[in-house]
Design a protein. Structure first.
Lengths: 175, 191
């Protein structure tokens, strides 16, 4: 079955929800890719998403992996375009307009009003992924330790995520 | 800032592409904004600090990832539409190729116990990272106590009431924008 139109619809829609960051779209990403289209399971989504946090560049590149799973190279390319073209066009048009709107009194109201909503959406995304990923107390400890270290030092987070992988291997590897 | 997005500097499309490709290839571990700043402000001096902060606040208000929105905005200011295209392709290409390979490898080996165990740890660490990023962002962008009300309302809407993200975004978003509406002088017409 040709899944490309569904990929375009889902990822173009998701891209418009990424206000403040990719995490804002995570609850809908989970609903659409896992519950509605069954492209992957929730644990698989969590795995790809977390590995994607280590990748350089924009931190939502794990969508490429989903596209590749669903429809090969064509799927990967289609997902990339569907996810980045709408918001790129929006940034292009609004970016030019925004500068001209400097005197428009509602400009600051929009900027100020959307700031807490975007933070709320990022947190909501965190809670959604945490519900699926923090299934043991060791995992909770890893999260808290990484969180604390990052707020107190300037270490590259990639090292901490690699550390998480090692601890995970030791703690959950079992045999 | 002038209202024409052209720049007096003669930056070529190739230079734009290479600069953003380098950011896209080296910004491991998230925090791409810091890499953008050190490249665009410190190394190339294509935008100054004030412009950078201004463009970043536009990036954060608009849908889209900060990294790609910044690429579009800066690329446009340097060389118009083509500059924006060169910048966004540059910053996306390395990560996209990498995650393509990761997807292929994961689909073949993802269900091995050792891999699952490691990814369990990776996911926990990644959540710590995302939470820390969110807290740091909120320290910069939230200023009023009321802001916290809108943060909490948004979280409740998505996580407890299980409303869809766009519904919460529009609902709480409109509420918050009206709360911070322009108050000096006459009310502006709403649109």
């Amino acid at each position: 079955m040709n899944q490309l139109p569904a990929l375009v619809r889902v990822f173009a829609y998701l891209s418009l929800l990424t206000v403040g960051g990719g995490m804002a779209a995570f609850p809908e990403l989970k609903t659409l890719t896992v519950d509605v289209h069954h492209w992957l399971t929730f644990p698989q989504l969590i795995h790809l998403y977390s590995v994607g946090q280590m990748a350089p560049g924009p931190n939502m590149m794990m969508i490429v992996s989903i596209g590749e799973w669903v429809a090969g190279i064509a799927g990967a390319v289609v997902v990339l375009i569907a996810f980045f073209l709408p918001t790129a066009l929006l940034a292009f048009v609004i970016g030019r307009l925004w500068v001209k709107l400097e005197k428009w009194p509602w400009r600051d109201a929009i900027q100020h009003g959307l700031a807490p909503v975007s933070i709320g959406l990022l947190l909501a995304g965190c809670f959604t992924i945490a519900k699926g990923a923090l299934t043991s107390w060791i995992a909770v400890v890893i999260t808290v330790v990484v969180f604390t270290i990052l707020l107190r030092s300037r270490i590259n987070p990639a090292f901490l995520i690699l550390g998480g992988a090692l601890i995970g291997l030791v703690a959950f590897g079992g045999n | 800032m002038s209202d024409t997005p052209t720049s007096s500097q003669n930056v070529t499309l190739g230079e734009i592409f290479r600069a953003f490709l380098l950011i896209g290839a080296t910004s491991f571990g998230g925090g791409v904004v810091a890499y953008l700043r050190s490249s665009l402000v410190s190394k190339h001096a294509w935008v100054d600090d004030k412009q950078f902060v201004e463009l970043l606040s536009i990036s954060q208000t608009l849908p889209g990832l900060n990294a790609t929105n910044m690429a579009v905005l800066v690329g446009d200011r340097l060389r118009g539409g083509l500059g924006a295209i060169a910048a966004i392709i540059g910053i996306c290409l390395p990560g996209a190729l990498l995650m393509f390979v990761v997807g292929v490898v994961y689909s073949q080996h993802g269900d091995r116990p050792a891999v699952t165990a490691m990814l369990h740890g990776v996911a926990a660490a990644a959540i710590g990272l995302i939470l820390a990023t969110t807290v740091q962002l909120s320290q910069k962008s939230l200023s009023h106590l009321y802001d916290l009300v809108f943060v909490v309302l948004t979280v409740i809407g998505v996580n407890l009431l299980h409303q869809s993200v766009p519904r919460v975004l529009f609902g709480v978003g409109i509420l918050a924008v009206l709360w911070y509406r322009p108050r000096t002088g006459r009310k502006e017409p709403r649109r």
